[in-house]
Design a protein around this ligand. Structure first.
Ligand SMILES: [Zn+2]
Length: 246
């Protein structure tokens, strides 16, 4: 399922068109002076389904800025090999912030909804960050937002019911992609929710029976968004408000 790094390199091409980078909200918010300085270092990348951008504790070589309709998932790992999603990143995001601090990736960063992105070599990103301008303040503001999302997810995983959490998760994903269809094998869905594959089948069946979603074990289609909004726990709204204020 996982595409190799060399495949990704083949898909690399220099970004000629700077309109491309504006598909990421952080890059779009940069003043032209910084964009001009970084332009030679921007690389367009394809982000294929289920590609691992970083494994747990892997050295961060690039910052990745996902474009529209692309979602990267941050998964926490336990010694037992269990992985649970703690954060969801779309075009409002940067992946690999720990690299700015010289630290390895604390998460497995997995492409959940395939698309495209822009990446910058970590040395270039560190140099720009250390200038202390808008690049730094945007990255810090985003990191704060991610911290809010990750903390809320920790609470959610502990106290909210499975249908509430699945609804929350589907809405967060749906906010980041235009089509209401998400590529979602059962194995991945289990990781998203920190459940066994049999439990996620029961949970998705509840929402399917209510007519809110259709699920074929590989793709989840949202049929009734309002219905999901009625089921989702308050964590969805808390994280959404924070994202919109950003
Ligand atoms: Zn919750």
């Amino acid at each position: 399922v996982l595409a190799s790094t060399s495949q990704r390199k083949e898909q690399l091409q220099n970004t000629k068109n700077l309109d491309d980078i504006r598909e990421n909200k952080l890059l779009a918010a940069l003043p032209s002076e910084i964009v001009d300085r970084l332009a030679p270092s921007f690389e367009s990348v394809a982000l294929p389904p289920f590609e691992v951008l970083y494994n747990y504790n892997e050295e961060v070589t690039h910052l990745y800025f996902p474009h529209k309709n692309t979602v990267v998932s941050a998964l926490c790992t336990a010694d037992e090999g269990v992985q649970v999603e703690v954060g969801l990143m779309g075009s409002e995001s940067v992946v690999g912030f720990s690299g700015i601090l010289g630290s390895a990736s604390p998460y497995v960063q997995l492409v959940q909804v395939p698309g495209t992105g822009t990446r910058i070599a970590i040395a270039v990103a560190i140099a720009e960050f250390e200038r202390g301008g808008r690049f730094q303040s945007l990255l810090l503001a985003y990191t704060h937002m991610l911290l809010v999302q990750v903390s809320q997810t920790a609470l959610c995983n502990r106290i909210h019911s499975d249908p509430e959490r699945l609804s929350r998760w589907l809405l967060l994903s749906d906010d980041r992609v235009q089509s209401h269809q998400l590529p979602l094998p059962r194995e991945l869905l289990a990781k998203m929710l920190g459940q066994s594959q049999s439990s996620v089948s029961i949970t998705s069946a509840i929402l399917e029976k209510a007519g809110f979603i259709a699920y074929n074990g590989a793709e989840m289609t949202i049929i009734n968004r309002e219905g999901l909004e009625g089921v989702a726990c308050s964590c969805y709204w808390l994280v959404k408000r924070h994202k919109e204020a950003f």
